[in-house]
Design a binder for this molecule. Structure first.
Ligand code: UT7
Length: 332
């Protein structure tokens, strides 16, 4: 039997035009540009404005660019996995809406909810379909309208989040490239520290929920911060050890863009020089599961065929992980 690897053959992305700066946030809550910049590294974030526009608006734009760049007809796509924490609706899946919007008529499509780690979980999930030999073109898209679940009266969370989407195409290859290894974890201990209290089946939206602003993100930042640093270091060390990788072997580290201090701390521990670490948190803030593929989209032209990429994410649940990829193409 042939040994099939799942390789990324293209990336598409989209961020909304509207920019919310730190200066704008100082007019909403008691904060300063200095606090936000030094505590998070964020200077501005993109916000999707417009009546009736949800995550699928951005996801569809990312997929359309991906289909163009990979010369793929929508009906050739076999599967569409959409990672989102901010689906258009509770149901149907945002993936099914995306399939409808993009003319993807011959694929099965579903959402995957793993908060900020969702893109990595989706990538491993999609890669298994391709490696099995059964599916040839699998799209993994992450689309997040975090502004729809952000309380702009809460200074501890509102500077953090932004909106955006990005998508990759996974296809089979017999070359030793693509997804090489993954370390994925979930620990349900995280629920109290990062969640949205209302809007699900435990507490459907009602007047009380709205009065308490319980339909927005609740986070105990320090606890999440400590877990994120510890678990991300553990996952990347596990990945390096079991693949015999040293810092010199790594061409790019692509961390989830949640906090510049978390990024600095894991790259210091991994002993990877800063020029190998992909960072765009200053422009987009935390776009949840879209942050890693948005990095791939923005930095695509700098990746060379064979480059070693380590992707790392941490998010609600808690969920976290690390993915070891060999990039499969030189961008034009
Ligand atoms: O992507 C999903 C995973 N999420 C994360 O990885 C986020 C992890 N956590 C974090 O990034 C950080 O914990 C935050 C950026 C959320 C907060 O930074 P921190 O350094 O942990 O601040 P803190 O919560 O310990 O608060 C320190 C102080 C507090 O004041 P006191 O009690 O020391 O007087 C806060 O009230 O900073 C205050 N503070 C603010 N001050 C000005 C909190 N938010 C603000 C603000 N402006 N926006």
């Amino acid at each position: 039997m042939r040994n099939l690897n799942a390789v990324i053959t293209g990336v598409g992305g989209y961020v909304p035009e509207d920019i919310l700066t730190n200066e704008d946030i100082t007019k909403m809550v008691d904060t300063t540009d200095e606090w936000i910049t030094t505590r998070t590294g964020i200077k501005e974030r993109r916000i999707l404005k417009g009546e009736g526009l949800g995550a699928s608006f951005m996801g569809a734009k990312a997929i359309e660019e991906l289909l163009r760049k990979t010369n793929t007809k929508p009906e050739e796509v076999d599967a569409l996995i959409c990672s989102t924490t901010t689906p258009d609706y509770i149901y149907p899946s945002t993936a099914s809406i995306l399939a409808g919007k993009c003319g993807i008529t011959h694929a099965f499509a579903y959402d995957l909810a793993a908060a900020c780690s969702g893109f990595l979980f989706g990538l491993v999930n999609g890669a298994s379909f391709v490696e099995s030999g059964r599916f040839k073109k699998v799209i993994v898209v992450a689309a997040e309208k975090m502004s729809s679940v952000t309380n702009y009266q809460d200074r501890t969370t509102c500077p953090l989040f932004g909106d955006g989407a990005a998508a990759v195409m996974l296809e089979p290859s017999e070359e030793p490239l693509g997804l090489i290894d993954s370390v994925l974890h979930t620990d349900g201990v995280g629920y109290p520290y990062l969640h949205i209290k209302a809007g699900g089946s435990v507490q459907p939206i009602n007047h009380e929920a709205l009065d308490n602003r319980a339909n927005y993100t609740y986070q105990e930042g320090q606890t999440v911060f400590k877990f994120a640093v510890t678990k991300l270091v553990e996952a990347s060390e596990e990945m390096k050890a079991r693949n015999g990788l040293t810092a010199n072997d790594v061409d790019w580290v692509i961390p989830h863009q949640a906090n510049m201090r978390i990024i600095d701390s894991i790259t210091r521990t991994m002993k990877v020089p800063t020029e190998k670490v992909v960072v765009n948190i200053q422009k987009y803030g935390n776009t949840s599961s879209a942050s890693i593929p948005i990095c791939l989209w923005e930095f695509e032209k700098q990746f060379k065929k064979g480059d070693v990429l380590i992707l790392s994410a941490f998010g609600a649940g808690f969920s976290w992980g690390s993915v070891y990829l060999k990039w499969a193409y030189d961008s034009k």
